[in-house]
Design a protein around this ligand. Structure first.
Ligand SMILES: [Zn+2]
Length: 465
């Protein structure tokens, strides 16, 4: 077949660990199994940090997060201490697959690939992602499709509120969101024979965060025999039904690429990074005895005696109070290397409540990435291989929290995502060794017969050619 005529369908399933799809829930996913039975598949090693933004962008640009200028869901506004902004697709420093194809005149449809708001203009359709603000009307290009998407029964859902105690509501909304996403996907798929159709579903990620302790006996706070014991079985079975209903419309000659951006695992707890920085003398507060769980934004910080502060999330972002950069900066650039050494040494001595070392990985963006664009944190910290989240709040009785400080959450991210590549020219199935997420874009470009730019950091995966 003429490679220029190859068509590609991408099914992006956020946060799904390889063992879930390839083993644990596979018996409940007969339609996905038919794809795996004609796929080369395996573990897809995520990026640093293994978070939805930047991981999907790395997958579809073939560039690292620093070079793209994406470090997470929230970036700090330069020149401010606490003002944060959400990265947009327009910020990407390298073109994702759909942009490259659009420039070549090929037709693309993309649903929800993050970062996806505001939706970029492509040669086709782009529906924005789970970061779409509530009530936004500019969620699709071309805008003429707004009424069609708004007409989806019950209203189209970009995301749900998943950090909530009302789990019956979370479950109801989660299942409804995924079903609506696939309903929209089927409608858009049938509009024309797209060269690239890419769908992102955030549902599995929300399932894991909201319900992990109910279905994983190894979770430190496992809740046995709850009504949610089988919620993951039911979710993955429903997901398979939706995938199956979609595949009913997909001709045999379309290449299918199934992937996740990272995996998930049980959250062990949180480490209160700002409380630790305060205890060690890096951060000084004027607020006396803050209430347990006080957000950093509500504190009166003595910036004149502060060298570093942090932010919460799956990993900790550390910022230095640099002269000439921060409003009340006090550190000279020459003092930074010694500060990093001291932080690294003192973090290395942190022990968990059970007495074992926490294990803190310290990443400097300039050492981690080929280049560092946009607004990076000064340091990125992983606690216990990411099993412990970073809590930015202070006033806690100790440095370790058993629950998340921003609402109930039972899961964190792991580095192992998954891929399955069903190439109609290569029938048969094969479990491959782990591959790198940054190599996906060049692999797909090559498959579509498009030259891979020399500047691209990722390289085509030989085992998928
Ligand atoms: Zn994700």
């Amino acid at each position: 077949m003429d490679p220029r005529r190859r068509r590609l369908l991408v099914l992006g399933l956020d946060s799904v660990p390889p063992e879930f799809l390839f083993e644990r829930y596979l018996p409940r996913m007969p339609r996905l199994k038919t794809v795996l039975d004609r796929s080369r598949f395996g573990t897809l090693l995520s990026t640093d940090p293994p978070i939805t933004v930047p991981a999907w962008a790395v997958m579809f640009t073939g560039m690292d997060p620093g070079t793209l200028g994406l470090y997470g869901f929230r970036h700090r506004r330069p020149g401010s201490y606490l003002e944060m902004y959400t990265p947009t697709p327009q910020m990407l420093r390298s073109p994702p697959l759909w942009e490259t194809l659009s420039r070549l005149g090929r037709r693309v449809a993309v649903i929800g690939m993050p970062p996806g708001y505001p939706p970029p203009t492509v040669n086709g359709i782009y529906v924005s992602d789970f970061l779409t603000p509530d009530g936004a009307k500019d969620f699709v290009t071309p805008a003429s499709l707004v009424p069609e998407i708004e007409a989806i029964p019950g209203g189209y859902d970009f995301d749900i509120t998943f950090r909530a105690e009302d789990r019956p509501r979370v479950e109801r909304e989660l299942f409804a969101m995924t079903r609506k996403r696939f309903a929209l996907a089927r409608t858009l798929w049938q509009k024309e024979p797209w060269d690239l159709f890419a769908l992102h579903e955030i549902g599995p990620d929300r399932l894991h965060h909201a319900f992990w302790k109910f279905f994983d006996p190894a979770h430190p706070r496992y809740v046995a025999s709850s009504e949610y014991a089988d919620v993951a079985d039911r979710y993955y079975a429903m997901l398979d039904e939706e995938i199956g209903a979609f595949l009913d419309h997909v001709p045999e000659d379309v290449t299918i690429f199934v992937a996740s951006d990272h995996g998930s695992m049980a959250m062990h707890g949180c480490f209160a990074i700002n409380q630790w920085l305060q205890q060690q003398g890096f951060l000084r507060l004027r607020t006396r005895s803050p209430e347990p769980g006080t957000p950093f934004e509500q504190l009166d910080v003595d910036w004149n005696h502060t060298t570093a502060w942090g932010a919460g999330g799956y990993y900790a972002r550390i910022f230095f109070n640099l002269r000439g950069r921060e409003p009340e900066g006090r550190l000279a650039p020459a003092e930074i290397p010694a500060l990093i050494l001291r932080l690294t040494r003192e973090l290395g001595a942190v022990r968990r409540p059970d007495g074992a070392p926490l294990g803190v990985r310290v990443l400097e963006p300039a050492q981690t990435y080929r280049s560092v664009q946009s607004d990076p944190p000064d340091l990125m910290l992983y606690f216990g291989d990411l099993r412990w989240r970073s809590a930015g709040t202070v006033g806690h009785p100790g440095l370790f929290l058993t629950e998340n400080d921003t609402g109930p959450d039972d899961a964190v991210h792991s580095f192992d995502g998954l891929f399955a590549f069903a190439d109609p020219r290569r029938p048969g199935t094969e479990h491959l060794p782990p591959q790198r997420i940054i190599d996906v874009a060049p692999t797909l470009l090559k498959h579509l017969g498009i030259p891979v730019p020399d500047t691209m950091q990722g390289r085509p995966i030989a085992a998928l050619e």
